[in-house]
Write a protein that binds this ligand. Sequence first.
Ligand code: BG6
Ligand code: MG
Length: 219
Amino acid sequence: SKKAFIFDLDGVVVDTAKFHFVAWQRLAVSLGINFTEEENEQLKGVSRVRSLEKILKWGNKEIDQKTFEEKLIQKNEEYLEMVETLTQEDILPGVHDFLLRLRESEQPIALGSASKNARPILKKLGIYDLFDAIVDGTDVSKAKPDPEVFLNACQLLNMPAKNAVVFEDSIAGVQAANNAGMISIGLGDQKNLSEADEVFESFLEMPTDYQHQLLNKTK
Ligand code: BG6
Ligand code: MG
């Protein structure tokens, strides 16, 4: 049977989560705020605007609208400088092969990301054409954990939500998948992603028989 396979981008397909962290960390320091790696887990999957709002709240800090916008521009510029260094080597382990296997068996594939930089990053990595549908931060109005991004992806693939499998590295993203009634698979640390239906350290750790089972699984 067919499933909709929906991939988050940052931290699932490509190793850019660390760039976001560095750029947020710098921005926070520039405002005299420090935030922990644990707090950073709560920024994963979260839109740019919402992330800055959270950092300001944690730091108990208020800034005017103009500064807010300037800080976001600066954060993105620094992030994009790091993105410039990306090569195919930064595609996370096992992802490329898994995508190719899915294509071989003609499974519908989508990207569901909060990032406004998703399309150029996929093009830079040479894997843009592997996706049948792309929904990113330029297409949605509600941030994860709202299910909008994944529901839109399913709609584009013409598949019901209950037949979708979502791969996520973020708490907000796992919650978005669960809120959409989709199977959620966490990539990363079990202790952060305990709400996911299943967690693997990476795609390399996902057993072949589990991949086959996925095709027949519903929530
Ligand atoms: C998510 C990342 O994929 O996209 C977040 O996990 C990031 O860290 C968000 O803030 C928005 O990305 P961008 O590229 O539009 O700033
Ligand atoms: Mg992510």
